[in-house]
Design a protein around this ligand. Structure first.
Ligand code: NAP
Length: 278
């Protein structure tokens, strides 16, 4: 199977290349193919003629998207549409990585795939608009919504907590946003499984269970820096340019329908911390 991964230099992208290492997989960074360059994207895809394209590339800085909405839409929505058009022309199947931030966070039970999108920040809007465009251009594409990613070598929450804990005896962490931490290693394995099952439509893929950022920080520091105190704070006390949904837990039902189930986030965190020490 020939697989082309856009965003291969990113946190998830690196694990995707490993997950497809037994296949004929090629990975691209933004320097090799900028999603905004429709001609470049098309010729790259036509040359590679992949069976599957995995679109893991995105402008992922949530506050950056709020400050630069034109870039958010150009990369995350229009760039994704460029890939979709190229996929149609090359007759390649497509997996698009989307986000829990397409939801407004008003629910208090896990979001199902058919719940309405209602993003409350620019990053979420760019992903929500990309999803609609992609489903129009490539009706059989597979949209994988995921959340709160952490992975080896990535700029992620556990990494930030452990770095801050070196110099700070106590850390203030938001306790009123709830989501599903997800290990990119597990997510990449699930995406590989979905591809092999010819998945289409929207699938929610996260590690099992949910927590607040405060609870997540507590688990990280208990394992590696037990003397650091974690203090719960509210979102209102911790102002940031982009609003975040208060609750963005994704239901695992759509993934289980494909016979795939990921471990709980605590187990994933333990494996990530072990791997970091290598
Ligand atoms: N991180 C999370 O918590 C989270 C949550 C939900 C969904 N997601 C989604 O999951 C996917 C992977 O996230 P991640 O955290 O692994 O991303 P990441 O580490 O920030 O990597 C982003 C990747 O996108 C590439 N990229 C950025 N702008 C591009 C452009 N204009 N053209 C082509 N490539 C471009 C980057 O290439 P360079 O290295 O060359 O810049 C890099 O390979 C993304 O679609 C993201 O939206 C992430």
């Amino acid at each position: 199977m020939r697989v082309l991964v856009f965003g291969a230099s990113g946190m998830l992208g690196r694990d995707l290349l490993a997950a497809f290492s037994e296949d004929d997989a090629t990975g691209l960074s933004s320097r090799q193919a900028d999603l905004r360059d429709s001609g470049g994207v098309l010729s790259t895809v036509q040359q590679a003629r992949p069976d599957w394209i995995i679109l893991a590339a995105a402008y992922t800085d949530v506050d950056g998207c709020e400050k630069d909405p034109a870039r958010a839409l150009a990369v995350n929505r229009d760039g994704a549409a460029n890939i979709a058009s190229a996929a149609i022309q090359a007759r390649s199947r497509l997996v698009f990585i989307s986000s829990d931030y397409v939801f407004d966070g008003e629910k208090r039970s896990p979001y199902e795939t058919e719940d309405p999108r209602n993003p409350i920040n620019m990053y979420g809007q760019s992903k929500a608009e990309a999803e609609s465009k992609l489903l129009e251009i490539v009706p059989d594409c597979c949209i994988v919504r995921t959340s709160w990613l952490f992975g080896i070598g990535g700029k992620c929450f556990p990494d930030t907590m452990l770095r801050l804990a070196i110099t700070q005896p106590e850390l203030r962490v938001v306790d009123d946003q709830r989501g599903c931490p997800t290990y990119t290693f597990d997510l990449a394995a699930a995406i590989s499984g979905l591809v092999r099952k010819q998945a289409d439509g929207i699938v929610h893929v996260t590690n099992r269970g949910s927590c607040s950022w405060f609870e997540f920080a507590g688990a990280i520091l208990a394992a590696r820096s037990p003397r650091t105190r974690v203090i719960p704070v509210s979102t209102a006390e911790f102002r940031r340019p982009a609003k975040r949904p208060a609750y963005s837990v994704l239901s695992g039902r759509s993934l289980q329908e494909y016979g795939i189930d990921l471990s709980d986030w605590q187990d994933a965190l333990t494996r990530y911390l072990r791997q970091r020490n290598d």
